[in-house]
Design a binder for this molecule. Structure first.
Ligand code: ARG
Length: 585
């Protein structure tokens, strides 16, 4: 059998071939091959049943017919059984497992194998995207962490990814902030932490405007001046932007987040006029009491709730800039897809935005990119309410991450007593930050997730520390044997896999491809997390029962090959999640 990276996809294609060969309508048949429960085999086709029902055939008989028509190389490589009412199970023969392990021995080979339908497509990933003049807080964690991992997954599968930080750097808040800046700037506090000072000033301006209508008026005038390009206010606004972005950058550096472009809302200021014009010309938007609105009469919820794309005072809003952004992403980046990693509470905005853009692009004869809201839930404290400080303030991301590193440090001091200070420091950083990232990623992003220091920074369970420790353990095996992971001269001597633990680990290793495909296609990194956790467990079982440092060079070689591939999948997988790894722990 030709070694194919994604075996699930290979069996899927083989079943389609078999369907055509038996004279069935393969176009209507989705075999749905997925990683199986190990009790049943390696992979299972679930699609025979629904297809048999649709075409009024007996599922089992159909399954048997398909199996008989499978290409000869597939039948040689696997034991194939029909189970239950018509599932087809594939169990790879040891030789097929071994040949897969031999073929996929580097990250480059994995990435080439992972190339999917997305290869060559351009995907804009809109993530993090905080508002300027405010420090990032815990609410900003998920978008950055999930968006980074999804960007890495898409790039790994061959997509051209443009990571765009769509910062909120425009809006009415700047009037109040500039008003306060001009009157109450505390230069010492500013020198200490400029962004914290801007945050304070905004509160000052906001409170004063609430308390006194005259102040509100002055603040509005500051805003008008900014909007009309007044040099002094523009300079203040620019400074706010620069200070904000450089403070965000500190967090991004800790999290390993890297953007290709940071095009904030202000970038689209001169691009919204064209949106109003086109939407009006193509008959989508209409004026309503001075505002410009788009109705979606066919939509059950939005039919009475129009999408406001220009405010009644003529000013642009969130929707106007987001529409201009979609056009820019299509025209400038030639985006085939644009995905928005935003809190699920912005679901309505996204739906109305996408509906409007789809209709607009169709009416104007443009290709409609795939638009998707990669929504996620809220970070909750252990009391089940949104995570806050004891005083009810938002927890600053900076503080949260340093606490993570401190807590990881305690774990490291307890466990790695023999390591030098500078190494312990690095390990604490990797484990601390990685734990926060991993706790977020290992949950299905659609749900809220409970933030628990004790569960997250632990060597037990599905945690970053557990996986990082597994990496360090495999590395230490190679160190002790003075061997290099993936050394092809050593691996050439490997004898056939034999023990149940060897085979079982090899089976798990080959499922990397399916886990990556699932995480990428569904834009859900938790599938990869779960896989890595199970892989690490499988490795422990193997290592407890099978000595690697044996005298027989052929046995040793095949076990080293298993160690090397486990390491490759763990390290590649963790990198795709955005985590760093360490060689010792
Ligand atoms: N700045 C927005 C916020 O903090 C998020 C922007 C998300 N991206 C977008 N294109 N709307 O809520």
């Amino acid at each position: 059998m030709h070694a194919s990276f994604n075996l699930a996809a290979l069996f899927d294609a083989a079943l389609k071939t078999a369907a055509t060969a038996t004279g069935l309508d393969a176009a209507d048949f989705a075999p749905e091959v997925r990683t199986a429960d190990p009790k049943h085999g390696d992979f299972q086709a679930n699609g025979v049943l629904p297809y048999a029902k649709r075409t009024k055939q007996t599922p089992r008989a159909l399954a048997e017919k398909l199996v008989a028509a499978l290409p000869a190389d597939v039948r040689e490589a696997c034991a194939i059984t029909v189970a239950g009412p018509g599932f087809i199970n594939f169990t790879l023969q040891p030789a097929a497992l071994q040949s897969w392990l031999r073929t996929f021995s580097t990250r480059e080979q994995l990435s080439a194998g992972a190339a999917t339908a997305y290869s060559g497509q351009t995907w804009v990933v809109d993530y993090s995207s905080p508002n300027t003049a405010k420090q990032m807080h815990v609410g900003h964690l998920r978008s950055a962490v999930i968006g980074e991992s999804i960007s890495r997954l898409l790039a790994f599968s061959g997509a051209k990814v443009i990571r765009d930080n769509h910062i909120g750097d425009w809006g009415t808040q700047f009037g109040k902030l500039i008003w306060a800046y001009k009157r109450q700037l505390d230069t010492a506090a500013f020198a200490e932490d400029p962004l914290a000072e801007f945050e304070r000033l905004y509160k000052v301006g906001n409170n004063a405007s609430d308390a006194d209508p005259a102040v509100l008026k002055e603040a509005q005038q500051e805003l008008v001046k900014l909007q009309s390009g007044d040099p002094e206010n523009t300079a203040i606004w620019k400074e706010i932007g620069e200070v904000s972005v450089s403070s965000f950058q500190q967090i991004y550096d800790l999290l390993g987040v890297r953007f290709d472009t940071t095009l904030g809302e202000s970038f689209y200021n001169d691009k919204v006029g064209r949106v109003y014009q086109e939407l009006t010309d193509c008959g989508l938007a209409s004026e309503s009491q001075g505002a410009l609105v788009v109705f979606h009469p066919e939509h059950p919820r939005f039919k009475d709730q129009p999408f406001l794309v220009r405010k009644s005072d003529g000013a642009a809003n969130y929707a106007s800039t987001d529409l201009a952004t979609i056009l820019y992403r299509r025209e400038h980046f030639h985006a085939d897809a644009a995905i928005y990693v935003i809190d699920s509470r912005q679901g309505d905005h996204c739906q109305q935005l996408f509906l409007t853009a789809q209709k607009w692009f169709e009416k104007t004869g443009r290709k409609v990119p795939r638009l998707e809201h990669v929504a996620f839930g809220t970070v909750l404290g252990e009391d089940g309410r949104p995570l806050k400080t004891r005083n009810g303030d938002n927890i600053k991301l900076k503080d949260l991450l340093s606490e993570a590193v401190e807590r990881a440090r305690r774990l490291v001091d307890e466990k790695s007593t023999d390591l030098p200070e500078d190494e312990r420091r690095v390990i604490s950083e990797v484990v601390g930050t990685g734990s926060v990232q991993y706790a977020d990623l290992s949950q299905n992003r659609s749900s809220d997730y409970l933030f628990s220091w004790d569960k997250m920074i632990s060597l037990e369970g599905n945690t970053a520390a557990y996986l990082l420790y597994a990496v360090a353990r495999v590395r230490s095996i190679f160190r002790k044997l003075e061997a290099v992971p993936g050394d092809s001269a050593v691996e050439a001597d490997a004898s056939p896999l034999e023990t149940p633990e060897e085979l079982s680990l090899a089976r798990k290793v080959t499922k990397f491809s399916d886990a990556v495909a699932l995480a990428t296609n569904q834009l859900r990194p938790h599938f990869l997390c779960l896989y890595l956790y199970e892989l690490a467990g499988e490795f422990s079982t193997f290592y407890a029962a099978n000595k690697v440092a044996v005298d027989d060079p052929a046995v040793r070689a095949r076990r080293l090959m298993l160690c090397a591939r486990t390491l490759l999948m763990l390290e590649t997988g963790l990198d795709l999640l955005g985590l760093r790894t360490v060689n010792r722990m």
